[in-house]
Design a protein around this ligand. Structure first.
Ligand code: KIV
Ligand code: ZN
Length: 404
């Protein structure tokens, strides 16, 4: 069976940048956009041009600097926004306007003080107007996660009729369960006239930690595009993280899906985005967290040293981590890990030396979080000093490393 391509729509520079305190300037946005292009994303959502002159300028400059991916600009279903988005995109080699409106009862009633009929009319007008500027128009049904499926189908059918090329089904508040989101996508696939001529897109938020699971369920049920961000940054608890969805697709060949992402560039772009936005990646974050390929307990370290696959299902090389799985030395580590780290430093210890060094190491490690290469060298030097006994060895080590 032929594999189906999943398009990666990166919204790090738009939804990702909406995070409080993570403002990016034009130079930083261009730098990230260029890396996204190397990474192989299909679409870069470059910004929301009507939101500020700075964002308009960033979108315009990104259009000039990028040639392969489609450059997309966000707008509300408001003529002024759409016109500004169209203008900001004018230098793009391939451009897309992303326009839309809230479709859930909650949005219709409280946000727009409107009716379902009027919302459909506004959706149609927005798509018709956007078509005056670009051929490629993506429509988002905001809060689709909480929108009644029959009404959602009506909205989708109406905007397809007026030329929408992509339809985005955002779970704006991270409300859906994976099964529910998958059923929604399947329902649209089966009940909307014209749906097979357009691209159906997922856009999931992580309020319950389900963004990636929901996106996965969406593509399994027929969506062809995933909207996501590097490191999963985005409004509130963030968006689907690009590295997670891409690696899930890569690791699970039975899904018969593929993306064009060069996964070996994942680690470097994760660092770049974290550095530019000032948003630290949590240590235990899947794929890109500092501890994602680190092992500190003796049992796991022993297994990893014998065969990496014992405690890792992803090869770190696949996401661009070259120094390979790290063996972190703590008081929970065993002899195998200590021996492994000494070998990496060029010291091949016999059994007696290793026993001696290990006993010193354990007493020292009990006072420390993690033992560095420099500390290992000092421990070994003190162990080799024949005039030492265990007590003064420890005192010497502490003095040399400045530990009280
Ligand atoms: O989460 C959302 O609904 C959005 C839309 C504006 C696409 O970001
Ligand atoms: Zn969003």
């Amino acid at each position: 069976m032929e594999k189906k391509r999943i398009h990666i729509f990166d919204t790090t520079l738009r939804d990702g940048e909406q995070v409080p305190g993570c403002k990016l300037n034009t130079k930083e946005k261009i730098k990230i956009a260029k890396q996204l292009e190397y990474l192989g994303v299909d679409v870069i959502e470059a910004g929301f041009p009507t939101s500020s002159p700075g964002d308009y300028q960033s979108v315009q400059e990104i259009c000039k600097s990028i040639s392969k991916p489609i450059i997309c600009a966000l707008s509300r279903a408001v003529e002024k926004d759409i016109k500004i988005a169209g203008s900001a995109l004018k230098y793009a080699k391939r451009s897309r306007i992303h326009t839309g409106i809230g479709t859930s009862d909650c949005h219709i009633r409280y946000k727009f003080n409107s009716t379902p009929e009027k919302i459909i009319e506004r959706a149609i007008q927005a798509v018709k107007y956007a078509k005056k500027f670009v051929e490629d128009v993506e429509f988002y049904a905001e809060d689709a996660g909480r929108t009644n499926n029959d009404f959602l189908a009506k909205v989708c059918e109406a905007v397809i009729k007026y030329g929408a090329t992509v339809i985005n089904i955002p779970d704006t508040t991270g409300y859906c369960l994976p099964e529910e989101y998958g059923i929604k996508i399947k329902f649209l696939k089966e009940n909307v006239k014209g749906i097979h001529n357009i691209t159906l897109s997922t856009h999931c938020h992580n309020d319950l930690g389900l963004a990636t699971a929901n996106s996965l369920s969406g593509i399994i049920n027929g969506a062809q595009q995933v909207e996501c961000t590097i490191n999963g940054i985005g409004e509130r608890a963030g968006n689907t993280s690009l590295e997670e969805i891409v690696m899930i697709i890569k690791q699970n060949s039975h899904l018969n899906l593929f993306t064009n992402i060069k996964t070996k560039l994942i680690s470097s772009i994760s660092h770049l985005v974290s550095e530019c936005t000032g948003m630290k990646v949590q240590a235990n974050k899947a794929i890109v967290g500092m501890n994602a390929f680190s092992h500190s307990s003796g049992i796991h370290q022993d297994g990893i040293i014998k065969k990496r696959e014992t405690y890792e299902s992803i090869n770190p090389e696949d996401v661009g981590i070259h120094n390979h799985s790290s063996i972190i030395l703590t008081a929970r580590s065993g002899r195998a890990a200590l021996d492994y780290r000494y070998k990496k430093l060029g010291h091949f210890l016999n059994k007696n030396s290793l026993d001696l060094v290990y006993s010193i190491f354990l007493r020292y490690a009990d006072k420390k979080k993690e033992i560095s290469d420099q500390e290992l060298k000092i421990i070994l030097e003190e162990a080799n000093n024949k005039g030492n006994n265990n007590k003064n060895r420890l005192q010497h080590i502490r003095r040399r490393i400045n530990v009280v």
